[in-house]
Design a binder for this molecule. Structure first.
Ligand SMILES: NC(=O)c1ccc[n+]([C@@H]2O[C@H](COP(=O)([O-])OP(=O)(O)OC[C@H]3O[C@@H](n4cnc5c(N)ncnc54)[C@H](O)[C@@H]3O)[C@@H](O)[C@H]2O)c1
Length: 249
């Protein structure tokens, strides 16, 4: 059972109130813009020290500076999550600067319209391998106090939405399967792993709230959760029953 359940409720007005993240350390990949930036700010609002990791250092720096400007603790780190050595350095820096790691959000996940063939390796490298690299490098740090990982997938990985992005869809499907297969981390190492599956993110702040809430919900450990702006989130029974063939062929 994870220990990432500290503090008093801090944000009212939702079905579930979020707990404070004081003295906790959060790492957000792709934290320099969009949803990642909103997640980084949300974690900081709740009291966490935040590592804003992005391939674009200038963007990460702006987000981290914005957090510090309102009294929070944040650092920016340039990291291409597709490159394992850079990810290892990122986690080492987080531990060195803040002394622990409690929440990791694997958010970096670029896509390209039409998924041109020449970019397939890059798209899978960032979305899927990046998630694997960050997860693997974080495990030792996360299990010290018990922690949480939230992986960000996309509806197309479930077969919803555009069908014209083969590499991106395959990578996002892999992230869901990876999440479901990591149950052992929960039992053996006190690390909850979840996956959130947006169809489209129109309101990054709303999405960020759901990401942090998912990280803190012990009853959702190991779950894949479908997200739509402004709609009720749905838990996907992903990988639970396994794949069942019902008819011989
Ligand atoms: N925006 C949507 O409507 C939508 C829909 C479904 C799923 N998603 C998923 O949600 C997540 C966030 O989406 P977004 O629209 O905010 O993304 P975004 O493209 O706006 O931001 C992604 C950030 O990741 C950074 N990044 C790109 N490649 C990187 C790498 N190799 N290493 C580290 N950082 C890298 C970029 O510099 C950028 O700051 C992604 O995983 C995306 O696939 C988004």
């Amino acid at each position: 059972m994870s220990d990432l359940r500290l503090g008093e409720p801090a944000v009212a007005g939702r079905v579930t109130m979020l707990k404070r993240l004081d003295r906790r350390v959060a790492l957000v990949t792709g934290g320099g813009s969009g949803a990642g930036a909103a997640i980084a700010r949300r974690c900081a609002d709740l009291g966490a020290s935040v590592v804003v990791a992005d391939i674009d250092y200038a963007l990460a720096g702006e987000v981290a500076a914005g957090i510090r400007a309102v009294g929070g603790a944040a650092l920016a780190h340039r990291c291409d999550v597709a490159v394992e050595e850079q990810v290892v350095t990122l986690i080492e820096r987080a531990m060195h600067e803040f002394g622990s790691l409690d929440l990791v959000v694997n958010n970096a996940g670029p896509w390209l319209d039409d998924d041109p063939v020449e970019h397939w390796t890059r798209i899978v490298g960032t979305n899927l391998l990046g998630t694997l690299h960050v997860t693997r490098a974080s495990i030792d740090a996360l299990r010290r106090r018990g922690g949480a990982i939230v992986n960000v997938a996309a509806g197309c990985g479930l077969g919803f939405g555009d069908g014209d992005r083969p590499a991106y869809s395959a990578a996002k499907a892999g992230i869901m399967r990876f999440t479901a297969a990591l149950r052992g981390l929960q039992q053996d190492q006190r690390i909850r792993v979840n996956c959130i599956v947006p169809d489209r993110i129109e309101i990054p702040e709303e999405f960020a709230l759901s990401v942090v809430e998912l990280a803190l919900r012990e009853d959702c450990a190991g779950r894949v959760v479908l997200y739509r702006d402004g709609a009720v989130r749905e838990v996907v029974q992903y990988g639970d029953p396994g794949y069942r063939r019902t008819e011989p062929w």
